[in-house]
Design a protein around this ligand. Structure first.
Ligand code: SDX
Length: 470
């Protein structure tokens, strides 16, 4: 067990207690649907607007069970990963499909630490009015500036050479009706020029492959911290190579080395947000990657999608909502009013979970833990639990509306010194692991995403010159 877990076994106990309760509560909710091996494409599925129900690909990266309220990363229950693992180890697991050996883990952590040095990128980013920008817009710009080290590879000798494709299946009219051609397009690069430039300090800097993943996982956390500092009128803080990913993120944001509890709780929050099936931002990243663009553009697309209030930012709204309620005596009246106005309660409901979001089950006791150390959080936590009782009491059974990942995460981030406007950037800092892992997996059997639309427009319209139009 590593030093951090040794010092924070009381946090591990909270996680194991919440996990045990969840498993007991959901024991009767069926098992996990397994595909039973490779998928035989094309598959049948019923598709609604917004691709609801559509099956876009197969994946081993992660699994979400909305009925049971379960979340699995590469076969491991997220409860166990929160209890025993770390964000770096979970990022390795998502990217490579297995837990690292001690030597693999040391190399991986070293590579992540080396990619924290983003001073050139920060110089570029700070030439823009970051302090007045939407933090996610700044983060997305920063992610693209990280690409600068590889932009020299845009010259032809590094682009995927079309002659390298050994098999591809073009979309064609025939595909619009009956899926023909090979079951799926297989773009496999036999890179003639797979050049992995080793820098003289031995850092790993390939133009392709996993290098951009490390650069983005490590770089976005440093950029988010710097954006927070600049927005507060301070200069960014240099990263520390000796701290863990979670500890360095907090250190660069606050200027203080976090306590073991703060580091551990940040780490668990990063684990919980790392991957979540084919959510909008993950899908956006994969669509961009499927055109053979590159990882920086893909992660930029993920950040852009997560910026939308239907996907990211609910935890910021939750904190505002709890502050608006103000005191526990007002919870019921506030909720009744919200129901009358048919309002959606932030931090509740989910497209997939029709059960308690497993991530909320872990974040609740962690928020309560901080409540024990901070009266303001204790007050907010008390209002939150009373509101949860009202919402689940009224909407749980009938509409399967339960707390989601955003309901308790906001107050927890606030306790760590993270301001509300940075909550979604922290979500992105974690989800970069899931975005890059799923992009790397999809590119192994790439097929450009090209869904269809049902045309409901007219035909045979006659063109009328402008002068004749009223
Ligand atoms: C995330 O995809 C992912 O995995 C996303 C995510 C991830 O990790 O990537 O999990 C992160 O996005 C978490 C969700 C954060 N957003 C919020 O907390 C905002 C509040 N939630 C709602 O906007 C809503 O629940 C959604 C958008 C999250 C999901 O909506 P759905 O499943 O599409 O449900 P719906 O809008 O079709 O609603 C179904 C019914 C409706 O009532 P009726 O019209 O049938 O009478 O449930 C009601 C809705 O009004 N409903 C709610 C509600 N959410 C749905 N009623 C009150 N409060 C709510 N929060």
């Amino acid at each position: 067990m590593d030093q951090l877990h040794k010092k924070t076994q009381h946090i591990t106990k909270l996680i194991l207690k919440a996990s045990k309760a969840a498993r007991e509560e959901t024991r009767g909710d069926g098992g996990y649907a397994s595909s039973g091996g490779a998928v035989k494409w094309p598959v049948e599925c019923t598709v609604g607007p917004g691709l609801e129900g559509a099956i876009a690909c197969e994946s081993k990266v992660g699994y979400v069970n909305g009925v049971k309220g379960a979340l699995i990363y590469r076969g491991y229950d997220v409860f166990d990963l929160c209890a025993y693992s770390t964000f770096e180890e979970v990022s390795y697991l998502l990217l490579y499909g297995k837990l690292p050996t001690p030597s693999q883990f040391e190399i991986f952590k070293k590579k992540l630490a080396q990619h924290r040095n983003v001073s050139d990128t920060l110089r570029l980013l700070m030439s823009f009015p970051v302090e007045n920008m939407n933090p996610m817009a700044a983060l997305r710009m920063g992610a693209h500036f990280l690409r600068r080290e590889f932009s020299t590879i845009d010259q032809d000798d590094h682009k995927p050479d079309s002659g390298d494709f050994i098999g591809s299946d073009e979309d064609s009219i025939a595909m619009e009706t009956v899926p023909k051609g090979s079951k799926r397009a297989i773009y496999e690069f036999k890179r003639k020029k797979q050049r992995e430039r080793e820098r003289d300090d031995g850092t790993y800097n390939p133009a392709t492959g996993y290098g951009p993943c490390y650069s983005l996982i490590a770089g976005t956390s440093c950029l988010a911290a710097a954006i927070k500092r600049v927005r507060e009128g301070h200069l960014p803080i240099e990263p520390r190579m000796d701290l863990s990913h979670a500890a360095n993120l907090l250190y660069m944001m606050t200027g203080k080395e976090p306590s073991p509890e703060e580091e551990r709780i940040m780490d668990v929050a990063l684990i919980l947000h790392a991957d979540h099936g084919m959510n909008a931002s993950t899908f956006a990243s994969m669509v961009v990657a499927s055109t053979l663009s590159d990882m920086y553009f893909s992660v930029g697309a993920g950040i852009a999608a997560l910026n939308g209030p239907l996907h990211g930012g609910a935890n910021e709204q939750v904190v505002k909502m709890l502050e608006e309620i103000g005191k526990k005596e007002r919870v019921k009246a506030w909720f009744d009013e919200a129901m009358k106005e048919k309002k959606k309660i932030m931090g509740f409901g989910h497209r997939v979970y029709k059960a308690y979001d497993p991530r909320a089950r872990i974040l609740l006791p962690l928020a309560e833990f901080f409540g024990g150390k901070n009266d303001e959080i204790a007050h907010m936590f008390e209002i939150a639990t009373l509101l949860e009782k009202q919402v689940v009491g009224k909407l749980g059974k009938e509409k399967k509306i339960f707390p989601n990942v955003d309901f308790y995460s906001g107050m927890l981030y606030q306790s760590l010194g993270i301001p509300a406007e940075m909550f979604t950037s922290i979500f992105a800092v974690s989800r970069v692991s899931g975005w890059t892992a799923r992009v790397m997996e999809y590119l192994e059997n790439n097929r450009i995403f090209r869904p269809r639309a049902i045309y409901t427009g007219t035909f045979d319209e006659k063109y009328k010159p402008l002068r004749n139009r009223k």
